[in-house]
Design a protein around this ligand. Structure first.
Ligand code: DCP
Length: 619
C-alpha cells in the first residue's frame, strides 16, 4: 500500500539516474566491435532464439522490442547482433551486470546521498551540493556551461530551433526563484556526474532532476539515451495532466485499473477533481491521501543512503515441458541456487561486512490433477546459516515444508515452474568483527590441522554458521524445528574450543597488568553456550550473559557484570578498556570501534551478535 509522505519543508534537489539499455552496454564494453550496431541481449533459453531482455537504441529504431524472441528480432532487423547473457550453473549469471552497476554507483555517490534502486537505477539527493554551489557561484554570472547541461530538456520552456539558448537562459535567468536555481545547480552537477560515468565506465545514462523522487523518476525516462530532463515546479501540473495513470509507479496494477474503470481517471491529473476525503473514502486513508498528493506532484519519500542491495536473490524458471516433476530435480536446482546465493552473501560479507539474517524460498507450482486450483505455493523463511551445505539443507527443508502445505492432505502429482531463493535482512556487522574472526580462525585452523581435525577445518570456513543462533528453533513458518545441537555442530566443539583456549593462553602472552588476562578467560570460560551468552551480553546491552568473568575486577564490579540465576549481564559500555589491551593491535582498534558502535548494533534485532562469528568455530 502506498504511504503518503508530505513534501519536507525546504526545496530538495533529487535526481534519478538510469543507465541506457544497460545489459547491452555491458556487453558492448566487453565486445567493442558491437558498439553502434543493433544489438540485443537474450536470455539463457534457446527456444525461438531466446527472449530479449535488453535492446540497444539502434535496434529499437528497427522496431525490435524487449517482448520479442531472438528469431522474431532477426526478422525485424536481420543484422541484429544477439548476445547471450553469461551462464553459470546452467543459468543466467548476472554478476557482470551487478558489478558494472556498482562501478556506476560508486561514481554517482560522490556528490550526495545515493540510493541504489535497482541494478541500473540510482536516486541522488543533491540538495546540499546544489545549495553549496549556489552559495559559491551566482548562476547569473555563469558563462561556461558544459555541453551536456545545455542539452538538458527543461519541461515548460519553449522548444524552438534555438533550444540550447533557451536552456542557457533558463539556467541563469536573474528572476529565477530559489527552487529553480537549485534545480539548475542540480542539472549542472548531474551533467558532470554523467560525463564522469561515461569517461570512467564507458556507459551512458539518462537522468531526471526534480524536487522529489517521484518526479525525478518520471523525468529520467522522458528523454533517452544519454540525456537529462529537468522538472521545474511550474511544469508539474502539465506533466501530470497528460501522464496516463498506468505509467505512475504503484498504479500499474489493480489500483490503476480501478481508477480507470471505476472513476474514469485516465491521467494522474484527472485525480485533481476528487477531494482528499473522497479518495480516502474510496481507497482508505493512506492510499486516498497518497493519490491526492501525487496528483499535485507531492512526494516526500527520502533518498535512502543505500548503495548496496537490500537482499540477494537468485532464481530459475522452468516453463512448459521444463517444469520440475521430481524431488530429485528440485534438489538439483536448489543446490545450484544455494551455491550461487552462498557465493554472493559470502562476497557481501567479505567486501561489505554485512550478514544476511533470513533465507526465503519462493516457488511456483501447480497440481497436475487440479489445474483449476488457485492455491499458491507458500513462501517459506528461516534464519540463514552460512555455508553452502547448510543453506542447501535449509532450502530443502523450506521446499518440503512448502510442498506439504501446498498439497495439503491430497496426494497429488505436482510440477514446479519456478524456484527462487532470497537472502535478506542484511545487517552491518560490528566494526571489524570479521578480522577478529580471521584472527581466531587462523589460530584454530593451524592448530586443528596439526590435531588432524581437517574435516572440522573445512566445515569451519569463515562463512560457516554465521547468523545462526539458539533462537533458530521455531522460526520455520510451519513450526518445524531445527535441532540446536545440530546448529552448534556438537561433534567438533571440544577440539576447537580447546585449541582456542590453548592458543590464547600461549606462554608468549604475559598478563601481569591488571585486567590483562581477563579477555582470554572471557573467551575460554565455560562451555559454548555460556560463551554464546557472554557474547550476546556484550552485543546487546542488558542481556544475560554467560558465567565467566570479564576482567580481573569483574567479580567485584557489579557495573560490568551481574549474576542473576545462572546467567550474566554485561553492558558493553562498562567494559574496562584495559581488557582490550591484550589483543593484537589490529583487533584492539576494531573492538574499540565495535564497542563505540554497540548502540547501533543494539538496535538491530537478534542475529547480529558477535557470537555468530565465533559460533562457526563450533561447527
Ligand atoms: N532486464 C531484464 N528483464 C526485464 C527487464 C530488464 O533482465 N524484463 C534487465 C536488462 C536491462 C536491465 O535489466 O538492460 C535494466 O532494465 P531497464 O528496464 O532499465 O531497461 P534498459 O536499461 O535495458 O533500457 P532503457 O534504456 O530503456 O532503460
Amino acid at each position: 500500500m502506498p504511504i503518503p509522505r508530505p513534501d519536507p519543508q525546504g526545496a530538495r534537489v533529487i535526481a534519478h539516474v538510469d543507465l541506457d539499455c544497460f545489459y547491452v552496454q555491458v556487453e558492448q564494453r566487453k565486445q567493442p566491435e558491437l558498439r553502434g550496431l543493433p544489438t540485443a541481449v537474450v536470455q539463457y533459453n534457446s527456444w525461438k532464439g531466446g527472449g530479449l531482455i535488453a535492446v540497444s537504441y539502434e535496434a529499437r529504431k528497427f522496431g525490435v522490442k524487449r517482448s520479442m524472441r531472438g528469431d522474431e528480432a532477426k526478422m525485424v532487423c536481420p543484422e541484429i547482433q544477439l548476445v547471450q547473457v553469461p551462464i553459470a550453473r546452467d543459468k543466467a549469471d548476472l554478476n557482470t551486470y551487478r558489478n558494472a552497476g556498482s562501478e556506476v554507483v560508486s561514481i554517482l555517490s560522490r556528490k550526495g546521498r545515493c540510493e541504489r534502486a535497482s541494478i541500473d537505477e540510482v536516486y541522488l539527493d543533491l540538495t546540499d551540493a546544489a545549495e553549496l554551489m549556489l552559495s559559491e557561484t551566482p548562476l547569473e554570472i555563469l558563462e561556461d556551461f558544459d555541453e551536456d547541461v545545455l542539452k538538458s530538456h527543461v519541461l515548460g520552456i519553449a522548444v524552438d530551433e534555438d533550444k540550447e539558448k533557451n536552456v542557457r537562459g533558463w539556467l541563469c535567468r536573474s528572476g529565477a526563484d530559489h527552487r529553480d536555481k537549485l534545480l539548475a545547480c542540480g542539472a549542472i552537477i548531474v551533467a558532470k556526474l554523467r560525463s564522469e560515468v561515461l569517461k570512467e565506465t564507458e556507459f551512458t545514462c539518462s537522468a531526471g532532476i526534480a524536487h522529489n523522487k517521484m518526479l525525478a523518476k518520471l523525468a529520467s525516462g522522458m528523454h533517452k539515451p544519454a540525456q537529462q530532463t529537468i522538472v521545474p515546479s511550474s511544469a508539474v501540473k502539465e506533466l501530470l495532466a497528460y501522464l496516463p495513470v498506468k505509467k505512475m509507479k504503484q498504479l500499474g496494477g489493480k489500483l490503476g485499473s480501478s481508477l480507470l474503470n471505476d472513476l474514469g481517471v485516465h491521467t494522474v491529473g484527472d485525480l485533481l477533481q476528487f477531494s482528499e476525503e473522497k479518495l480516502q473514502e474510496l481507497y482508505g486513508i493512506n492510499t486516498g491521501t497518497w493519490l491526492w498528493n501525487i496528483s499535485r506532484g507531492i512526494n516526500g519519500d527520502e533518498v535512502e543512503g543505500r548503495i548496496l542491495p537490500k537482499s540477494h536473490g537468485c532464481g530459475k524458471t522452468f516453463p512448459g515441458p521444463k517444469a520440475l516433476k521430481t524431488t530429485s530435480s528440485v534438489d538439483h536446482w536448489l543446490n545450484q541456487l544455494c551455491e550461487e546465493l552462498s557465493e554472493r552473501i559470502q562476497s557481501d560479507l567479505d567486501q561489505h561486512k554485512r550478514v544476511a539474517q533470513t533465507l526465503t524460498l519462493h516457488a511456483r507450482a501447480f497440481k497436475v490433477n487440479d489445474m483449476e486450483s488457485r492455491k499458491k505455493f507458500p513462501s517459506k523463511s528461516c534464519p540463514l546459516r552460512y555455508g553452502i551445505s547448510k543453506i542447501q539443507e535449509d532450502a530443502k527443508k523450506l521446499f518440503d515444508s512448502g510442498l506439504r502445505e501446498f498439497l495439503g492432505s491430497e496426494s497429488n502429482v505436482w510440477k514446479v515452474t519456478s524456484l527462487s531463493l532470497t537472502a535478506s535482512k542484511l545487517l552491518d556487522t560490528p566494526l571489524g568483527t570479521s578480522s577478529i574472526l580471521r584472527f581466531f580462525q587462523g589460530k584454530i585452523s593451524s592448530s586443528a590441522a596439526s590435531d588432524g581435525t581437517q574435516k572440522g577445518i573445512q566445515d569451519d570456513h569463515p562463512s560457516a554458521s554465521l547468523g545462526c543462533k539458539g533462537d533458530i528453533v521455531s522460526v520455520y513458518n510451519d513450526g518445524q524445528k531445527l535441532s540446536v545441537a545440530e546448529e552448534y555442530g556438537k561433534g567438533n566443539d571440544i577440539n576447537f574450543q580447546d585449541t582456542r583456549v590453548n592458543r590464547l593462553h600461549s606462554p608468549n602472552r604475559k598478563s601481569k597488568e591488571k585486567g590483562k588476562d581477563s579477555i582470554t578467560r572471557y573467551f575460554s570460560c565455560g562451555n559454548s553456550s555460556s560463551r554464546k551468552q557472554a557474547f550476546d551480553g556484550l552485543n546487546v546491552t542488558n542481556q544475560q550473559g554467560g558465567g565467566c568473568e570479564v576482567d580481573e575486577r569483574g567479580s567485584a564490579d557489579d557495573r560490568t557484570h551481574r549474576q542473576t540465576d545462572d546467567s550474566w549481564t554485561l553492558n558493553a559500555e562498562n567494559v574496562d578498556p584495559s581488557v582490550i589491551d591484550e589483543l593484537p593491535m589490529e583487533i584492539q582498534q576494531e573492538v574499540r570501534g565495535w564497542l563505540r558502535s554497540s548502540k547501533r548494533i543494539n538496535s538491530a534485532k537478534g542475529g547480529s551478535s558477535i557470537f555468530h562469528y565465533f559460533s562457526s568455530i563450533n561447527n
